[in-house]
Ligand binder design. Structure first.
Ligand SMILES: *Cc1c(COP(=O)(O)O)cnc(C)c1O
Length: 223
């Protein structure tokens, strides 16, 4: 068995039922993805539009592609209809453009709202206040072709396990505030995507039901 297949098998054995594994394949060649596919993996995460578009036609069509990187508004059109889930919606403007482009081609696009709780300012996402505000503002009511499925977030890049746990618990709390509020008619709002190679066990303990693993499966990336 290849090292990639081995890792996927191990992860599947370790991850609790109900937690979905997204194999983050950015910067890795299609051969590596094919090994993962042959080991049964069907969810893949990519972070760059061009790379995603090059990979899609080279791999089997039953793969579900997640977009997990910062998405520029002028590139939205290129990935609509090709991604099962855009995990990294980080502004209302981007959400509105995804809606508009989806409407044009008559599809509904599943998305997650990316929340920024980490200490690094370089990371993208809504602040907790902005996230709550977009629900409270009523601005989502006019969007017909996006389906907001939940939240995505990252913990601070630190060895401080307590800080990591607090970041994940904050993301989960923000998810709960909206999912528990009956004024928002969000019946499909049920995905909490958090946890990467270094911190996914903590994320799962804090309520993640989708984890995004790159390095642990494919090894380190050559940027
Ligand atoms: C690259 C990336 C991952 C995977 O990170 P690893 O540490 O390689 O597991 C997860 N989520 C996002 C948003 C990423 O950009």
């Amino acid at each position: 068995m290849s090292a990639i297949a081995e890792e996927i098998k191990m992860l599947n054995a370790e991850i609790p039922t109900g937690v979905k594994l997204v194999a983050v394949s950015k910067f890795h060649p299609v051969e590596a993805l094919r090994e993962a596919y042959n080991a049964g993996q069907r969810l893949f995460g990519e972070s760059r539009v061009q790379e995603l578009l090059e990979k899609i036609p080279q791999l089997p069509s039953d793969i579900k592609w997640h977009f997990i990187g910062h998405l520029q508004t002028n590139k939205v059109r290129q990935i609509i209809g090709k991604t099962a889930l855009i995990e990294s919606v980080d502004s209302l403007k981007l959400l509105e453009i995804i809606d508009k482009e989806s409407e044009k081609v008559k599809v509904t696009t599943d998305v997650l709202l990316q929340i920024h709780v980490a200490q690094e300012e370089t990371k993208f996402g809504f602040t907790p206040e902005e996230y709550l505000e977009i629900f409270q503002s009523g601005k989502l009511n006019s969007l017909n072709c996006v389906n907001i499925r939940g939240v995505m977030g990252m913990a601070s890049n630190t060895d401080d396990k307590l800080r990591i746990r607090r970041d994940f618990s904050k993301i989960f709390e923000l998810y709960k505030i909206i999912s528990d509020d009956s004024q928002y008619d969000l019946k499909d709002f049920n995905i909490i995507s958090m946890g990467m190679s270094g911190d996914w066990p903590i994320a799962v303990q804090e309520g993640a039901n989708m984890i995004r693993i790159g390095t642990q499966i494919f090894g380190s990336r050559n940027y």
